[in-house]
Write a protein that binds this ligand. Structure first.
Ligand SMILES: [Zn+2]
Length: 126
């Protein structure tokens, strides 16, 4: 089960099988957190699951120090071969303002960037 890699997925149950957004080609998930704000966390479906994952990554990243990658306790959300990936999210944010958060799985190499996380409800810098 893989969500769309770019932007929130539409909440449609049926998609043409030919639409495979970057899944097998581009491994970097690029997300703009502002696209996910306002989605109810309890809503069913891939968009809110992904939003929850992104929120967790932002929380974990902003709870730590800037400039140093660290392995958070967040589990990987991927399920290669229908088994939960054992990896954890390695997260880093640059000290410079306006820099996207970067995250990477310690096991499967799933990775991505999250932009526009600053001043979101998820960030814990205070
Ligand atoms: Zn993984």
């Amino acid at each position: 089960m893989t969500g769309k890699l770019i932007g929130p997925a539409p909440a449609t149950a049926q998609e043409p099988a030919t639409v495979r957004p970057a899944d097998t080609v581009l491994r970097m998930m690029v997300t703009d957190l502002s696209h996910f704000l306002g989605l109810p966390e309890e809503a069913p479906g891939p968009p809110s699951r992904l939003a929850g994952h992104l929120g967790d990554v932002v929380r974990a990243t902003t709870a730590g120090d800037a400039g140093e990658p660290w392995e958070s306790a967040l589990p990987c959300r991927r399920r290669p071969s229908h088994r939960a990936c054992p990896g954890r999210m390695i997260v880093i944010r640059a000290a410079d303002a306006g820099t996207p958060i970067r995250w990477q799985c310690s096991a499967c190499g799933d990775k991505g960037v999250i932009s526009h996380w600053e001043d979101s409800p998820y960030e814990l810098r205070r």
